[in-house]
Design a binder for this molecule. Structure first.
Ligand code: HXC
Ligand code: NAP
Length: 291
């Protein structure tokens, strides 16, 4: 059931959505579903060849209209170019998904200043560039409704060692989400975020679990539901947040991680490891302390 598409009709008909990093991984999964639901989709990233391949594959699969535009989100002029191409092709834009990201694991003291900047620039500056360019357009045009969806992570609020530039940048994106949700609501712009837990993609897994780390740290064991996420599950949530069904949801961050981050956070969650038969003994010991 959770692997199935959620909506039954063309719930995104007449909408045009820009997905950064839409040529691979979760961006591609969201793009596929938006197209299925009737949206026109612009996908953008640095690698035009990859975007063209994705366009051909998804166009054939869904029959939807998809426009690939090369853009490094770190460059504001390039982002403005994406907006211009979108308007030229589709005549309108209704939604933006800030999904493009860069990340790799490293002890922070091993990072050069440029390595740290690179991640901040893709994730935080890139999301800022797109949000500002599209927001200015919607405000200038007095568009009635539009929506921005930011893909963050659960460590945007907990922080995490070994991915410190990413955690720092995602925390900034989260702050931007909540800030603009209030400030720009008067312009009809909704601003929400999704915080995914582990959803295997080549881009993330090659950089976060290289070599045999995948086997050494079976990530599904960290999740109370004992599995990783399915791309369609995330696409379902994203489609809902981009659709008019979520019109009253603004400034929200929805976690989709099978309970993973809370498992790490709850003080006594390690007691999960206690075998059932030991609980009688433990209870007797605790009750004995009453007197
Ligand atoms: C240390 C590194 C490094 C590494 C690169 N650098 N890789 N430093 N360890 N493994 C340094 C370089 O030496 C350089 O610094 C600086 O970082 C920039 O590197 P470039 O290769 O020039 O950058 P660029 O070509 O822009 O590539 C960006 C990138 C790359 C982030 C480094 O990995 C990339 O393109 N990533 C995009 C896709 C991606 O990361 N997807 C994963 C998203 S997963 P110097 O000082 O030498 O110039 C995610 C959350 C997952 O975000 C959460 C899971 C639960
Ligand atoms: P991915 O396939 O590597 O996606 C990242 C995308 O960003 C790529 O398509 C990449 O395309 C694009 N990109 C990178 N740098 C860019 C730049 N400077 N300008 C424009 N585009 C750029 O990885 P993913 O797992 O699908 O990640 C998608 C999103 O989900 C990210 O925001 C990530 O932080 C988030 N997330 C993922 C997981 C997970 O478990 N997979 C968990 C939590 C959060 P090019 O290389 O062609 O530019």
């Amino acid at each position: 059931m959770y692997k199935d598409p959620m909506f039954k009709n063309k719930e995104l008909n007449n909408k045009v959505i820009v997905v950064t990093g839409g040529g691979s991984g979760l961006g591609k999964a969201m793009t596929r579903y938006f197209l299925t639901l009737g949206a026109g989709v612009v996908i953008t990233s640095r690698n035009l060849e990859k975007l063209q391949k994705t366009k051909e594959e998804l166009q054939q699969e869904t029959g939807g209209e998809i426009l690939p535009v090369a853009c490094d989100v770190r460059n504001y002029e390039k982002v403005e170019h994406v907006l211009a191409e979108t308007l030229k092709h589709f005549g309108q834009v209704d939604g933006l998904v800030n999904n493009a990201a860069g990340n790799f694991i490293s002890p922070t003291e091993r990072l050069s200043s440029n390595a740290f900047d690179t991640i901040i620039d893709i994730v935080l500056k890139g999301s800022k560039n797109c949000t500002l360019a599209f927001g200015k357009h919607w405000i200038k045009e007095k568009q009635q409704t539009s929506t921005v969806l930011n893909i963050v992570t659960t460590y945007a609020w907990t922080g995490s060692g070994y991915v410190v530039p990413s955690a720092t940048a995602k925390a900034g994106v989260l702050a931007m989400t909540r800030s603009l949700a209030v400030e720009w609501a008067k312009y009809g712009i909704r601003m929400n975020a999704i915080a995914p837990g582990p959803f295997p993609t080549k881009g993330a897994w090659d950089r976060l679990l290289p070599g045999d780390l995948k086997e050494k740290f079976d990530i599904s064991k960290k999740v109370p539901l004992k599995r990783v996420g399915e791309h369609q599950e995330l696409a379902n949530l994203a489609a809902y947040l981009m659709s008019d069904y979520s019109a009253y949801i603004n400034g929200e961050v929805i976690t989709i991680d099978g309970g993973e981050w809370l498992q790490g956070a709850g003080e006594f969650n390690m007691l999960e490891k206690i075998p059932q038969q030991l609980w009688d003994q433990l209870e007797t010991m605790i009750r004995a302390k009453k007197r």
